[in-house]
Design a binder for this molecule. Structure first.
Ligand code: G3H
Ligand code: 13P
Ligand code: ZN
Length: 307
């Protein structure tokens, strides 16, 4: 079917308490993997492109590929800008056919963040496009961080309430202890689940968990076995997804796990079959590995069968 505004699929997820996976893509293989599993699992999915994905692949190629793929399947697909940096990027993506955008004003002051988000909402909503904003700073909750330091970067519920009222964003990314990439926690993984529940009770809107990759042991082991190096990598455990969803998360962003799966499989071919130089025989196993991760996440997030 044609791409859907993210708002359309959020309503059901919010009501029935499940989360929709955001899967970041940069190329054809990742996109095919995500869409094939969305259809297999009858799940809504969010295909996301970051500013750097857009620079890498070109916005026209990305939009054309995602539209083509979405129209071939019956599961709903939203195309989302991940971490839009400014209004220029928001306008570019809305005009190019994205059905959801994130404006990430989390690095500025609260008032600056409200202002940039409000401007994005003004532009996007008139065109039927959903807007996600972010409040707080992503970063692991470490044991040696004191309460004041911790409060300084996790999302504050009072600020969140004021922020959403003023900015009128559709969904809010919250900082609750996760961070981007493969090194999320120095010791034990910790997420502030109670904070998610409090914010959800106050706002009622869909909440988003960024930096949510699990960095599963089997992916790490495979990467290392075939020459990769990721010492000390640590991600979000599976049980934390369930707790975060029960507390009010409706969108979970996954990029790192897909990258690890893809690169592990590609490394295996290169190491085990040094004579292979047909790129399809190298990238194809990468695509299969991405499919396995998307399948696992869709099952964990509870979005299977909701399409
Ligand atoms: O949140 C960041 C995403 O993983 C995108 O990363 O900017 O390298 O595409 P990227
Ligand atoms: P990971 O790096 O944990 O996959 O997070 C991705 C993300 O939050 C994209 O916005
Ligand atoms: Zn993110």
């Amino acid at each position: 079917m044609p791409l859907v505004p993210l708002k359309d699929v959020y309503a059901d997820a919010n009501k029935k308490r499940y989360a929709i996976g955001q899967f970041n893509v940069n190329n054809l293989e990742f996109l095919q993997a995500v869409l094939e599993i969305a259809e297999e699992k009858k799940s809504p999915v969010i295909v996301a492109a970051s500013s750097s994905a857009i620079k890498y692949a070109g916005i026209d190629y990305l939009v054309a590929m995602v539209k083509t793929g979405a129209e071939k399947i019956s599961a709903p697909v939203a195309l989302h800008l991940d971490h839009g940096a400014n209004q220029e990027e928001v306008v570019m993506c809305v005009d190019a056919g994205f059905t959801s955008v994130m404006i990430d004003g989390s690095h500025g002051t609260l008032e600056e963040n409200i202002a940039v988000t409000r401007a994005a909402v003004e532009y996007a909503h008139k065109r039927g496009v959903t807007v996600e904003a972010e409040l707080g700073r992503l970063g692991g909750i470490e044991d040696d961080v004191n309460v004041d330091e911790r409060e300084a970067f996790l999302t504050d519920p009072d600020e969140a309430e004021r922020f959403v009222k003023k900015s009128r964003c559709d969904a809010l990314a919250v900082a609750v202890g996760t961070s981007h990439g493969a090194y999320k926690f120095k010791s034990e993984a910790k997420l502030d689940i109670e904070r998610i529940a409090v914010i959800k009770r106050r706002l009622g809107i869909p909440l988003v968990l960024h930096g949510a990759s699990g960095v599963p042991k089997e992916l790490l082991d495979k990467l290392v076995k075939f020459g990769g190096e990721m010492p000390g990598a640590k991600g979000v455990p599976d049980e934390a997804y369930q707790k975060a969803i029960a507390a009010g998360i409706n969108k979970i962003n996954i990029d790192t796990d897909l990258r690890m799966a893809f690169v592990g499989a590609v490394r295996q071919v290169l190491v085990e079959q040094p004579k292979v130089f047909d790129p399809r025989k190298i990238l194809g196993p990468g695509r299969e590995a991405v499919k396995n991760i998307v399948r696992q996440k869709i099952e964990l997030f509870g979005s299977a069968g909701r399409a």
